[in-house]
Design a protein around this ligand. Sequence first.
Ligand code: SAH
Length: 227
Amino acid sequence: MTARMRLHPEAIGMGMTSQRVRDRLIERLRENGIVDERVLNAIRTVPRHLFIDEALATRAYEDTALPIGHGQTISQPWVVAKMTEALFANGAQPARVLEVGTGSGYQAAILAALGLEVHTVERIGELLRTARKRFRALGFNIRSKHDDGRIGWPENGPFDGIVVTAAAPALVDALATQLAPGGTLVAPVGGSCAQSLMCLRKDADGVISQANLAPVVFVPLLSGLVD
Ligand code: SAH
């Protein structure tokens, strides 16, 4: 090995998934307003490069969405952080959560790394099978099903948190119904090109309030199953 390689491993493409590269992502998330240390720690710990194709691994710790096949994407880390942080806002202590849109499995893994009991639903069978392999390999105990997530998972609800990772023109009523008192639902709401990240809270008496957290861009929430 030459001295230059030893001094600059990243300059030759090595170390692109190293702890230093991951820490840089955490700093970036902090600069962009993510404050919950538990969430930052989960993002520091979960190996995002194992949730994407090897060919893209060098970009795993950039704060950007990346393709995962079938026209879908793994969400941008900042968006994952923002949605996850929302579940813990105002001192909430969620235990059981539902994710709609498993995709790569990354968001579900972040929730599981935070000690939550995670349920996740995906309509594309092949994506779900790949995500399940990742959960097993990394030791995450996550419940998942191949279904249209717009119906939620009523048998396993109510949920303290619901994270919808695909965009719809309006909040899905069936999902709000499965939210426990004191629970939070986060979902991108809007048109196909751009949405608002909406946060819906149900207080202890069941009264609902809404807030708009940020402008976001998600793939659409679609109906029907794909193998
Ligand atoms: N949370 C994912 C992001 C995946 S992109 C991750 O961390 O990688 C959104 C995912 O939602 C896609 O995989 C898409 O197939 C899925 N999806 C879209 N509509 C759906 C529906 N009605 N039910 C379940 N999953 C859906």
